[in-house]
Design a protein around this ligand. Structure first.
Ligand code: GLC
Length: 441
């Protein structure tokens, strides 16, 4: 019997759809798309707000068409999305009574969050919002001496008059607005905690209680307590109420399943960028290939996790064309092979040499990513295979007992070609997936 406390039990139930969905879209959109040097530009360049805030006057969002965004996400095979309702710069893409620094006051005069949730829901995509619990613009948020605040080195910005409780009221108030004004939300992505700015510093127990009161089913990340550096008590057997529903490794894929202290797998989601920036960056053309994205998605699922891939739209509201192209190619693969991703998780069998396994009950998916000379080996699977099909077209892949394999008969083998050889290059050079139906145990 697994030890399960109430927090873990509720988490497992809540995250069912999310663990099945496996593939999501992150969207980092905000005023930082104008300087276009990443969403941390204010902090990195220690930019005073007088320089940053006027960008609001150029936010026309003239090509923002969230229906188009939702269609692209859907075609890429993504089942959920997370949009930055507010990032660390404090600029809100939604109408809020707590600040003037919001999209409804920009020339676009639109509640961008409302349009997003409506458009994505209409496509059947689960909707999530990213919300920054730190706010570099708010007067009551520590400036001088903070680790990352843009004004950290300015003594004149010292914190004597700042009232952190007032900040918390503001922050909690905005979260309440998001949870009450936009219908059913599926996911809240809070970001982030650092140093002693974590847990009860955010009045996290109270915040979570409020969130769950308004939207009991909602899934929450782990960053009220944890961070990308340390997942927090979600990895213990007694997680705090604000430990979150999933761990959120960033710009890396964990070496194995993420487990708690007793070895029970916990939900997790790797978040990654397509180039090297979250926010739109005009000069960063270091895009990953669609092949690498497919490989990474498969890797995550083979370790029991999700992958959320980021898009950084321009200030006009367009996805960068490189991102659009990657989404299309990934979508083509997902259309043919999605069955080996959705509802799947790690396999009972260890990682094979030529690729990876994902599994869903008695369906084992062999993701062949590397060409092999001779038969493809299913280690220690002799007598286990009932049938095999190329997932893409349902054609038979035959188990082979070829003469040169006899000495290694503890394994099962197949060729991609009935003539006792493989096809070169592989039928799908990104990842050729064979669906293996296992014999009942
Ligand atoms: C971070 C960064 C950030 C980004 C996020 C995505 O911790 O502060 O800019 O939004 O992670 O995971």
């Amino acid at each position: 019997m697994k030890m399960e406390n109430a927090v873990v039990k509720a988490r497992t139930e809540r995250t069912k759809w999310y663990r099945d969905a496996r593939f999501g879209m992150f969207i980092h959109w905000g005023l930082y798309a104008i300087p276009a040097r990443g969403e941390w530009v204010r902090s990195v360049e220690e930019m005073p707000k007088e320089e940053y805030e006027p960008f609001i006057d150029e936010f026309y969002a003239e090509n923002y068409n969230p229906k188009e965004w939702a269609r692209m996400a859907k075609e890429a095979g993504m089942k959920y999305a997370v949009l930055t309702a507010k990032h660390h710069d404090g600029f809100c893409l939604f109408d809020t009574k707590y600040t003037e620094f919001k999209s409804t006051n920009a020339p676009c005069k639109r509640d961008l969050v409302r349009e997003y949730v409506e458009a994505f829901r209409a496509e059947g995509i689960k909707v999530g919002l990213y919300f920054s619990i730190i706010d570099w613009r708010h007067e009551d948020f520590p400036h001088y001496g903070d680790n990352i605040h843009p004004m950290r080195n300015h003594e004149e910005c010292k914190n004597d008059q700042r009232n952190f409780d007032r900040y918390l009221e503001f922050m909690h108030g905005q979260v309440r607005e998001l949870l009450t004004n936009y219908g059913k939300l599926d996911l809240m992505w809070f970001d982030f905690s650092y140093g002693d700015m974590k847990c009860e510093k955010w009045k996290a127990a109270e915040l979570i209680q409020m969130v769950r009161e308004i939207q009991p089913h909602i899934i929450i990340d782990n960053r009220l307590e944890g961070s990308a550096e340390n997942a927090g008590s979600i990895r213990t057997l007694n997680p705090t109420p604000y430990s979150g529903d999933f761990a959120s490794p960033e710009q890396m894929i964990p070496p194995a399943c993420i487990c708690d202290e007793a070895g029970n797998p916990i939900p997790w989601e790797a978040c990654i960028t397509l180039n090297n920036n979250w926010g739109y960056s005009a000069h960063d053309k270091h895009y990953k290939s669609s092949k690498l994205i497919v490989k990474t998605l498969v890797e995550c699922v083979s370790k029991g996790g999700n992958l959320i891939v980021n898009i950084g739209p321009t200030i006009k509201g367009e996805f960068p064309e490189e991102s659009v192209a990657i989404l299309k190619e990934v979508g083509k693969w997902m259309k043919e092979n999605g069955k080996s991703i959705y509802g799947c998780t790690f396999s009972d069998y260890p990682k094979p040499e030529w690729g990876r396994f994902t599994q869903n009950g008695n369906k084992l998916y062999a993701h062949v990513m590397e060409e092999q000379v001779g038969a493809i080996c299913l280690p220690n699977m002799a007598g286990k295979v009932k049938s095999m099909r190329l997932i893409k077209d349902g054609s038979e892949v035959k188990e082979t007992f070829y003469w040169n394999l006899k000495e290694y008969s503890e394994n099962a083998y197949f060729f991609f070609n009935s003539r006792a050889s493989n096809c070169y290059p592989l039928p799908d050079e990104k990842d050729t997936v064979v669906e293996i139906t296992l014999k009942e145990k």
